[in-house]
Write a protein that binds this ligand. Structure first.
Ligand SMILES: *Cc1c(COP(=O)(O)O)cnc(C)c1O
Length: 364
């Protein structure tokens, strides 16, 4: 029998979160961002569960787009980093993948290519990672107009640096720069909003939003948890209690003897560790739960196990399932304790952890 360490994936919650994104998007449509294996949930299951409600998907790279086709789905797929080799443009044209062109290299490759995929142009409105500078837009469009590719230009995208912080003036600045850079081509579509921008009052959302983390129930907003934003947890990370023992006052637990009992304490060992993607930086007092009762981690996380203080769940027995995050303990809380964000935790769950997909009710 396999160990009971697993990530249960609640696809009803995923659909609820997508519906939330869509209603926040107003008149814009929402492309479901399913890169990084559906933020660690399994791209195939996630994309399939959204197939009847999401008109478009977005991924980082070609391999991820093919995973969507291998699941038998035919919606367009946006490649947020475009292609890394212009030879891949043939696949884009054939498969309905929409590359986002962000560099002169990619532009040259497309203009020289005999293939004509529909594509997007990325505007660098201030993130300064990728994209064409607003001052370059006229030249870029002129080059395209003089090429056979121009009719396939779907529109423009940009990406926000600080949308998670409602007090930052940066998002409004970036939006203004994006509008100024693209307003000469009003017949093309525009896309700006990551998850966080769905929650900014008054934010323009144009034609397409790009929700990612919110689909999975993680919070995109500083200082707020997913449930506080009306999102439901999709991943429930669980592992069994494999040992239970009384640690006497003064005794330590685990590597580095990092935690010392200040009184006699019932502690348990849980069969999950950083080899499963549970963060090693989650220290003493990081929350977990058993049977809906909150408990806390003690000592250092090992590769294959971690220790918990069972004072909060005195009836816990070996074999009981411990929730590392899910319905009782939010992934955002664990992320805060580990000095990171829910994105990193969910995408970091390793292949050793089976994803157990909840069946969706059959729909007419
Ligand atoms: C990953 C990504 C998104 C989704 O971001 P979230 O914060 O997860 O909503 C949107 N746009 C681009 C360009 C991305 O790379």
């Amino acid at each position: 029998m396999p160990r009971q360490t697993l990530a249960r994936i609640d696809l009803e919650a995923l659909r609820h979160n997508y519906a939330t994104a869509r209603s926040l998007a107003g008149d814009a449509r929402a492309m479901a961002v399913v890169k990084a294996d559906g933020y660690g949930h399994g791209i195939r299951a996630v994309a399939t569960a959204l197939a009847d409600i999401a008109p478009k998907y977005a991924v980082a790279c070609l391999e991820e787009a093919f995973a969507i086709r291998e699941a038998g789905l035919s919606q367009p797929v946006v490649l947020l980093q475009g292609v890394h080799d212009s030879g891949d443009l043939a696949d884009c044209a054939r498969q309905g993948f929409e590359p986002v062109l962000h560099s002169e290299n990619q532009l040259d490759g497309l203009i020289r290519s005999e293939h004509r995929p529909a594509f997007w142009l990325k505007v660098n409105s201030g993130m300064n990672r990728l994209g064409f500078h607003p001052d370059q837009m006229a030249t870029v469009i002129e080059r395209l107009q003089n090429s056979a590719c121009y009719p396939e230009l779907l529109g423009f995208v940009t990406h926000f640096a600080c949308a998670d912080d409602p007090d930052s003036p940066m998002t409004a600045d970036q939006t203004a720069r994006f509008v100024a850079a693209t307003e000469r081509w009003p017949d093309r579509m525009r896309s700006v909003a990551n998850s966080a921008a769905h929650f900014l009052p008054g934010q323009q959302r144009f034609d397409w939003t790009r929700p990612g983390i919110m689909l999975y129930g993680g919070s995109p907003v500083l200082g707020k948890t997913g449930p506080e934003l009306g999102l439901k947890p999709v991943m429930h990370l669980e592992a069994p209690l494999i040992n239970r023992r009384l640690v006497r006052a003064g005794e330590s637990v685990g590597y580095g003897a990092a935690w010392v009992a200040d009184r006699d304490t019932w502690m348990g060992m849980v069969a999950i560790g950083y080899g499963d993607g549970y963060p090693r930086h989650a220290g003493t007092n990081t929350p977990a739960a058993i049977g809906g009762h909150r408990i806390r981690l003690i000592g250092r996380v090992s590769m294959d196990m971690l220790a918990v203080d069972l004072s909060g769940a005195p009836d816990a027995r070996v074999g009981d399932s411990v929730e590392l995050w899910g319905g009782t303990v939010g992934v955002d809380e664990v992320a805060a304790c580990a000095g990171t964000i829910s994105y990193e935790l969910m995408t970091g769950i390793t292949a050793r952890v089976p994803r157990e997909i909840s069946p969706l009710p059959v729909r007419e």
